[in-house]
Design a binder for this molecule. Sequence first.
Ligand code: ZN
Ligand code: ZN
Length: 131
Amino acid sequence: MALGHEAVGIVVEVGNGVGDISVGDHVVLTFVPSCGICAECNSGSPTFCSGVAVANGEGRTLSGGSRLHDGGTDIHHQLGVSAFSQYAVVDRGSTVVIDDDIPMEVGAMLGCGVLTGVGSRSSDSTPARVR
Ligand SMILES: [Zn+2]
Ligand SMILES: [Zn+2]
């Protein structure tokens, strides 16, 4: 498994079918991805995306499979992020575009530290929207 579940970066390549994110965008990588098409995502609760627990538990990306390989062997993703590297290959649902003027060291805090801390301090059951 390639580790690393909290990161920020700049998009250097976009996969087929991804039209709402561009090369050069600054993104936070999130270990709580959302597919955007399941019942939970469509009812305004993307943090309860039904595919996340399965994908993260299986060590794959939200859209399926591994994007990391060692020769012919698939390498598991840690929570869909695997960011302990110079480059990461992630599902679109694992990215949140941020403003370019947010310092990288601040953006890096958003993927886990702030997400976990703010979530644990929420006083109601309504999840925060990240898109
Ligand atoms: Zn979903
Ligand atoms: Zn963390």
